[in-house]
Design a protein around this ligand. Structure first.
Ligand code: PGA
Ligand code: ZN
Length: 447
């Protein structure tokens, strides 16, 4: 399955920001494309996007990254076997030669890595799910039995974690917390889950409008961006919307938070601007515990900041048996950082963002490490997304169990959700829906 051509061009993401699209073709196959996403609330440990600098598009152009694909990556990849994903990815890591992919650009490398997978699938006449399963099995074949939730062993329709209210850097700082999300864990199929989500989203919009808040304006990921009076008020609105949609909070639909606290942590304090107060790590843990007592929360992401490992330890000791504690900025999809967390007993789940690490192979390595240590992976989009649907295919194929894409508005989000609906339609019961599986061992039953 010889790679015959590799090219790239500058396209634009859901914030109008330039990004890299790569196009790869293998012998006997069609040209296949993939597009790198881009974050706004990025972690410091992430692989680096290469941007042009200078005056054009405020320095955000990616012509240099595109040029790197054409002049450095393409000549090295052409003629190689596109099915050897690990060798292709290793070769690009070597060509780059930096620990954070800053020379060629993680945006350039990731787009090529993913486009190669699609091109190899096409040339082999495999569906993307079959091909991603085949690549994932090279890593997960010998997953030890410590993975008690049996995630990662077969394709699973992921339980979506869906943004209802947006704050932080994704909605102009209306609230301190970045995402207030729902998890339709009690649904019996992905399609049923999706119906519930849409009902709740519409109900929430109506309730926000009726109460005089913005129930139409949406943030970067499609969640509403109301200027509420406190962070907790968002939780109250979401619970009321679940109830108002005729569903049972906790039983049918749980809550999740992405606190994204790295972005309001300075000088050793957590600065809740909306509430005019600064909290210590211990205060933050108390606050989150109070919310877990009061609301049916199943998952908390980045409850503490990326460099506050001691705070994270306190949080894990206190809440790690009750909710999924997801490291996003904390781990940055980096297996070295995740190993450090596992060694120190920090968090129990990891957000998986392909562009935080920059290749498909390294992403699989981090997912494998997570599952082998009993940590749960949550495959995630970035706040800057496109029509690219790789994360939908990948989350299904790997049986990761959870997918976090944003809300049910904005087509760069729906592209992923709709892709899973298509798979469900064509799979005819072949693959189960993860449902409650990723939350099965939590000790407190949802309130
Ligand atoms: P980002 O946000 O893509 O802006 O980093 C997503 C997240 O924090 O999970
Ligand atoms: Zn996050």
């Amino acid at each position: 399955m010889r790679i015959e051509s590799v090219s790239a061009l500058e396209v634009f993401d859901s914030r109008g920001c330039p990004t890299v699209e790569a196009v790869v073709r293998c012998e006997g196959g069609r040209p296949c494309r993939a597009i790198a996403p881009s974050g706004a609330s990025t972690g410091r440990a992430e692989a680096k996007e290469l941007r042009d600098g200078g005056r054009r598009l405020r320095g955000k152009g990616v012509r240099l990254a595109v040029e790197n694909v054409r002049t450095v990556i393409a000549p090295a990849l052409i003629g190689r076997d596109g099915d050897h994903q690990q060798a292709i990815d290793r070769l690009m890591i070597e060509l780059d030669g930096t620990p954070d992919k800053s020379r060629l650009g993680a945006n350039a490398i990731l787009a090529v890595s993913l486009a190669t997978a699609y091109a190899a699938a096409d040339a082999a006449d495999r569906s993307p799910v079959e091909h991603f399963s085949h690549l994932w099995n090279e890593h997960a074949r010998d997953l030890p039995a410590t993975n008690e939730l049996s995630l990662g062993r077969q394709p699973l329709f992921p339980t979506p974690m869906v943004n209802m209210i947006s704050g932080g850097l994704h909605a102009g700082g209306n609230l301190d917390l970045q995402d207030f999300l729902i998890i339709p864990c009690g649904a019996t199929s992905y399609r049923e889950a999706f119906d519930w989500i849409v009902e709740i989203y519409w109900e929430l919009g109506r309730r926000l409008n009726d109460a005089g808040f913005e129930g139409t304006l949406v943030g970067d990921e499609g969640g509403y961006g109301p200027r509420l009076t406190s962070n907790e008020q968002a939780l109250e609105f979401v619970v009321a919307a679940i109830d108002g949609a005729g569903l049972k909070p906790g039983q049918d639909v749980g809550l999740a938070l992405d606190v994204a606290s790295s972005h309001f942590y300075h000088d050793g304090g957590y600065h809740l601007a909306r509430e005019g107060r600064a909290l210590s790590a211990a205060d933050m843990v108390d606050l989150l515990e109070r919310w877990v007592d009061r609301y049916p929360i199943l998952s908390i992401e980045d409850g503490l900041a990326e460099e506050d490992w001691d705070g994270w330890k306190q949080l894990t000791d206190r809440l790690g048996h009750r909710v999924n504690l997801v490291g996003d900025d904390l781990f940055a999809t980096n297996s070295r950082r995740l190993q450090n967390g596992i060694d120190r007993g920090i968090a129990n789940s990891v957000l998986i963002k392909l562009n935080q690490i920059g290749t498909l192979t390294e992403t699989f390595e981090t997912m494998r490490l997570a599952l082998s240590a009993g940590y749960r992976p949550v495959v995630s989009a970035r706040s800057g997304e496109t029509e690219d649907v790789t994360i939908a295919d990948l989350s299904l194929a790997t049986g990761a169990g959870q997918l976090k894409v944003g809300s049910v508005a904005r087509s760069e989000r729906l592209a992923k959700y709709n892709q899973l609906l298509r798979w469900e339609d064509s799979a005819a019961g072949r693959w189960p829906f993860a449902g409650r599986l990723p939350f099965a061992d939590l000790k407190t039953p949802p309130a």
